[in-house]
Design a protein around this ligand. Structure first.
Ligand SMILES: N[C@@H](CCC(=O)N[C@@H](CS)C(=O)NCC(=O)O)C(=O)O
Length: 213
């Protein structure tokens, strides 16, 4: 391994210089909106603000599964949020998701719009709203939620971290790539072992945990 580095981390970060990375322009130390922009709304009960990334598609898969199962209340309008252009920092988006990440859902089917952010929270919200793809109680619910939260706690951060250092970082850092690669592989082995013993993560039933994965 190449251990040499000319970089000494500062004691206090005062901002990040443009390092040429693909995500450099959206890498900043503060939250909140950077500009005024309302979110568009159309006629369906659910408004989805998202993008076709692994985190984004989890919710689209769930909505399509609900519609395929006959839940007409799951009709939705899908709006593209271009994260590389900073759409997630518009005032309307930040009101719907203070963390400025896709996917984000606004349920406008009732008198007061309900905002839901974090893909796992959106999957659970929809599962509970429609009584589908999440066992109601007992052992199977515990198993389903365990796998759903395992996915949420591991894949977005580890897979995202691996993808960032492997594909997007302007320099190849052996330590970072190896560390993320090993942990991503170990997580995939957790999945392989589970799916060697049952058809779906929760057992014999397709649930939100499988959709998240
Ligand atoms: N834990 C979040 C992760 C969401 C996430 O990381 N979204 C990425 C795209 S996959 C994003 O919006 N990135 C924009 C940014 O970091 O500014 C979830 O599961 O919803």
């Amino acid at each position: 391994m190449d251990n040499s580095s000319s970089y000494t981390p500062p004691r206090v970060w005062s901002g990040i210089k443009d390092n040429g990375g693909r995500f450099a322009s959206i890498n900043r130390p503060t939250a909140g909106p950077t500009h005024d922009k309302e979110l568009p709304v159309r006629r369906h009960p659910l408004q989805l603000y998202s993008l076709g990334t692994p985190n984004g598609v989890k919710v689209t898969v769930m909505l399509e599964e609900l519609l395929a199962a006959g839940h007409t209340g799951a009709k939705y309008d899908a709006w593209l949020i271009r994260i590389q252009d900073g759409d997630q920092f518009g005032s309307g988006f930040v009101s719907a998701n203070p963390n400025s990440k896709i996917p984000t859902l606004v349920d406008r089917s009732g008198p007061t719009p309900v905002r839901v952010f974090e893909s796992g929270a959106i999957l659970m919200y929809l599962a509970e709203k429609f009584g589908a793809f999440l066992p109601a109680d007992g052992l199977r619910r515990a198993e389903c939620l365990s796998w759903l939260f395992w996915q949420m706690g591991s894949a977005p951060f580890l897979g995202g971290g691996f993808g960032h250092f492997y594909a997007y970082a302007p320099t190849k850092i052996e330590y970072a790539i190896d560390r993320y690669a090993m942990e991503v592989k170990r997580q995939l082995d957790v999945l392989d072992r589970r799916l060697a013993e049952s058809a779906y993560l929760t057992g014999d039933e397709y649930t939100v945990a499988d959709m998240a994965v």
